[in-house]
Structure formats: structure tokens, C-alpha cells
Design a protein around this ligand. Sequence first.
Ligand code: UDP
Length: 269
Amino acid sequence: MTRPMAGPAQSRGYHMARRKLVYEGKAKILYEGPEPGTLVQYFKDDATAFNAEKKAVIDGKGVLNNRLSEFFMTGLAAIGIPTHFIRRLNMREQLIRQVEIVPLEVIVRNFAAGSMAKRLGMEEGTALPRPIVEFSYKDDALGDPLVPEEYVIAFGWASQQDMDDIVSLALRVNDWMSGVMFGVGIKLVDFKIEVGRVYENDFSRLILADEISPDSCRLWDIETGQKLDKDVFRRDLGNLTDAYTEVAKRLGVLPSNVTHTPTKPTLIN
Ligand code: UDP
């Protein structure tokens, strides 16, 4: 596959030369935005799993996640969920609002899978009696441990009011996402979101931040059970880009460089 942009290392250098790097994570880089209170979020091709013990560069992943996250964030904004997304800038970058990240991974589960299935000895795919929201404390050195709400409030990571808002936001995201995915034959097994605080005059509120993509969701084909998410990489189940491309295709979201419409007849021998 030919790629229109330089590899991650080269493109990173190119971007760094142009503007100030604010933060580099495992799958994304944040740069200073054009205006105060904005950032540029750059999607890398890097994939990591098991707290970065397993690593790879997967051609095209960043382009797909940039598009898919745009699709999910704009759809959620359209039903009144506030998000950090402002607009997509190019194939790998989007302009976002700068937020103060709440140090939690907010996980919503509809079916048992992954760490929950393991912890409770449940078969993956078991339907849960209702969507379950849980929290992990964002700390790579500790391996993002699961924490009860009690810890979150006692340690001041968020207030009780914040937690109530986070749970209701997460459940609204779940309802919209589940419906949209169901419409294209995909089961939303679970997903992770992050929320951030923004300050407006004397008030602060919580908005959806980070990304929503097959990197942070479990997506199973309803008919075949085929995995169309990062488990393909975690568990060596095949080609990750193919899986994400399938999700993007079904949702009608595809990078513009993939579809090529010839403008004149092409001679085929
Ligand atoms: N997840 C994520 N980032 C993390 C941990 C989990 O995006 O650091 C997502 C993961 O892709 C899945 C959901 O959150 O969709 C639940 O993950 P789980 O707790 O089962 O952890 P895992 O099995 O991925 O270690």
C-alpha cells in the first residue's frame, strides 16, 4: 500500500518543526492550536496493547481513526452531547477544544468481554442485565486500575455531581453509538471514553474528549461475530486496517484518498 504521507517518525518531525508539541501519547499527539483554548490532535499509526507491552505501526490506522472519531463526535454533538471536536483539518489531524482531562477511563459495557469477562469468569459475549459503567484511574505505571466511584470522590479526581454527569453522558453516548452500530450490523460490546473540563466565565462543565474509534470500542459483526476493533491487533486475529476499513465503509466514512473516481476512460489491457 502506498501512503501519501511520510512515516510517523518523519511526519512527527515535520509537525514539530511547525508548532509546539503539547503532549505525546501512545496513539495521538497534541500540538498547540491556532487560537488560545484550542489544540491540534494528530492521529498516529502506532498501535499498543497490554499497557504498551505489544507495539506496532499499522499503516493507515491514524487516518481511519481521525475520520471515525470525527463521525462519532459530530453525530453525538448533533443529539446535544457536548464534545471537544471542532473540525477536521486534514487526513490525520483535527482541531479540538483544550480541556482539563478528568483522570479516568470511563468504560461502558453492554456485553461481557475483555477484563470483565476475565475477572468474573464470564463467557465473552454474555449479555449484561443493563449497561454497566465503570472507571479506571488513568495511570500507565499502575496499569490503569479499576476504581470505585468512592475513590474518585475521596481523592478529589471528580465531584459527586461530576460523576453523576459523567454516568449520564456515558449512557447517552452508549445509546446513540449502540443504535448507529446496530444499523450497520455491528454490536457495540463495550467502549471507553474520556471527559474533560472546560471553563466558561465562572462556570465549568464536562465535555466528551479524546477519541471514539475502533481503538477504544469492541465492535462485533452481528451475523458472524467477527471482531472489527483493536482486539484484532491484541489477539493477532488478522489485518487491523481491514477491520477498521470495514467499520468505516459500513458507516459511509472513508478517507477521500481511498476512493478514486477516474475523470476519463482508462485503457485496461
Ligand atoms: N479500553 C481502551 N483503553 C484502555 C483500556 C480499555 O480504550 O486503556 C477500551 C477497550 O478497547 C474496550 C473497553 O475499553 O473496548 C473495555 O476494555 P477492558 O476493560 O475489557 O480492557 P482490555 O480487555 O482491553 O484490557
